[in-house]
Design a protein around this ligand. Structure first.
Ligand SMILES: CC(C)(COP(=O)(O)OP(=O)(O)OC[C@H]1O[C@@H](n2cnc3c(N)ncnc32)[C@H](O)[C@@H]1OP(=O)(O)O)[C@@H](O)C(=O)NCCC(=O)NCCS
Length: 177
């Protein structure tokens, strides 16, 4: 890996600059079988709409912190810290949409993103991180190796992106000291 840089997308302009790469990453992940909220058919314009219609307003409202992993000018990975919490959970944040382009995997990009996201959480005085991931996915190993513990598993939680069958999800959490 050359010099991987983790950046925060602060506003709409930052997101628009990265939009083509983000669209490519999301589209590629779904078509490679990731269970991340979408099912086929899933077009490039569906992927672009996610960033523009859902993530962009959330950044503007301060409801999500979007991190980008950039290598040689190209964004290859991304993750979000979900900050929209009820008022009795000001100490909590969600880890969401950890995505690495299928051609850029096993180079430590997700681990670098996770560590940077944890720093973002600490900077906001968050002491509890929560996430969910399809049971058995590679992501669960990443999270476990970064100190996340399994809270439990919910069978039949979400539909497979390709087939009409439902799969389990594992909830995980990490207390930040
Ligand atoms: C999960 C994902 C983000 C990992 O990205 P990555 O950049 O390849 O991960 P890293 O190279 O940083 O790997 C970190 C650790 O994760 C685990 N890991 C990652 N990919 C793995 C795989 N295919 N099989 C087993 N473990 C894996 C390993 O513990 C790895 O550490 P190691 O390389 O020292 O063994 C990537 O596979 C992805 O985008 N998947 C599709 C989207 C998705 O499912 N996201 C999670 C949503 S909850």
């Amino acid at each position: 890996m050359r010099a991987l840089r983790i950046e925060r997308a602060e506003n709409r302009e930052d997101l628009l600059i990265a939009l083509e790469d983000l669209t490519e990453i999301l589209h590629g992940c779904v078509h490679a079988g990731a269970s991340i909220g979408f099912v086929l058919p899933f077009s490039h314009s569906n992927a672009q709409a996610f960033w523009i219609d859902q993530v962009c307003p959330a950044i503007q409202k301060g409801e999500t912190c979007l991190l980008l992993a950039r290598d040689a000018g190209r964004v290859l990975g991304t993750v979000q810290l979900g900050l929209a919490m009820p008022s009795n959970q000001p100490h909590r944040a969600d880890v969401a949409k950890m995505l690495v382009h299928p051609d850029a995997r096993r180079r430590g990009i997700a681990r670098a993103l996770m560590r940077a996201l944890e720093q973002e959480a600490r900077a906001r005085r968050k002491t509890l991180l929560v996430l969910d991931t399809r049971s058995g996915d590679a992501a669960a190993q990443l999270y476990a190796s970064e100190g996340f513990r399994v809270a439990g598993e919910i069978p039949g939680y979400c539909r497979n992106p390709f087939d009409d069958r439902f799969e389990a999800t594992t909830y995980m959490f990490k207390a930040l000291a």
